[in-house]
Design a protein around this ligand. Structure first.
Ligand SMILES: [Cu+2]
Length: 214
């Protein structure tokens, strides 16, 4: 028994001393321009300990847009859709990809009442239990587009206007940085990075996305 306790204590100590760092990933197009709205997933090559799921992740319907445009959640997390417009939306999953032929990882659709009297409209929670990509659309507004990436790794971020994604608490060791962009026709090559404390990675998409109005 004493030996078991000692081993358990040692395990705790080892866990506490495991190092982690911040990984900063820059994404550019082939012409060197920074690219926003790129989902960046960091996969350690070694097995990792299960991480707690985040609180429900908000995707608003605002000004006839999904905000944010690209959302990454770990598999098992809940996405909370909230209608902040004064009129109804009808959110649905739909085929994605630049050719509109990639089936969504999960199928759903629901009508969402508009906001009124300073309060949000309908909120709907959806558990994202299937890894993959879900393109979002709206039956009522054909121009509305959004994307959910359901990630098998708990370390991820989306690039900002400067093309930079910052991912915290990545365990030390070798990792693969994987990219996804809504307009990509083919998969992006993964980039291997050694994490020891903090790390940086410069990555390039294999195509030039269109510029999106913000
Ligand atoms: Cu709509």
């Amino acid at each position: 028994m004493k030996k078991l306790l000692a081993l358990a204590t040692l395990g705790l100590l080892l866990q506490a001393s495991a190092q982690a760092g911040q990984v900063q990933v820059s994404v550019t197009a082939p012409d060197g321009q920074p690219v926003a709205d790129v989902a960046v997933m960091v996969h350690p090559t070694a097995a990792w300990a299960a991480q707690p799921l985040p609180e429900p992740v908000l995707i608003a319907q605002r000004n006839i847009r999904f905000a944010p445009f690209v959302t990454v959640v770990p598999v098992g997390a809940t996405v909370r859709f909230v209608n902040q417009d004064r009129f109804d939306h009808h959110v649905r999953s739909q085929p994605g990809g630049p050719l509109g032929n990639v089936p969504p990882a999960k199928q759903f659709e629901f009508r969402m009442a508009g906001a009124a009297g300073g309060k949000d409209g309908t909120a709907a929670d959806l558990k994202m239990d299937v890894p993959g990509i879900v393109a979002l659309g709206c039956h009522l507004h054909g121009s509305m587009r959004g994307h959910v990436v359901v990630s098998t790794t708990p370390w991820y971020a989306v690039t900002d206007d400067k093309g930079v994604a910052t991912i915290a608490n990545v365990p030390d060791g070798q990792v693969e940085v994987k990219l996804w962009h809504p307009e990509q026709l083919t998969e992006q090559a993964a980039t291997r990075v050694q994490v020891a404390g903090n790390a940086n990675a410069d990555t390039k998409l294999n195509f030039a996305p269109r510029r999106r109005n913000r």
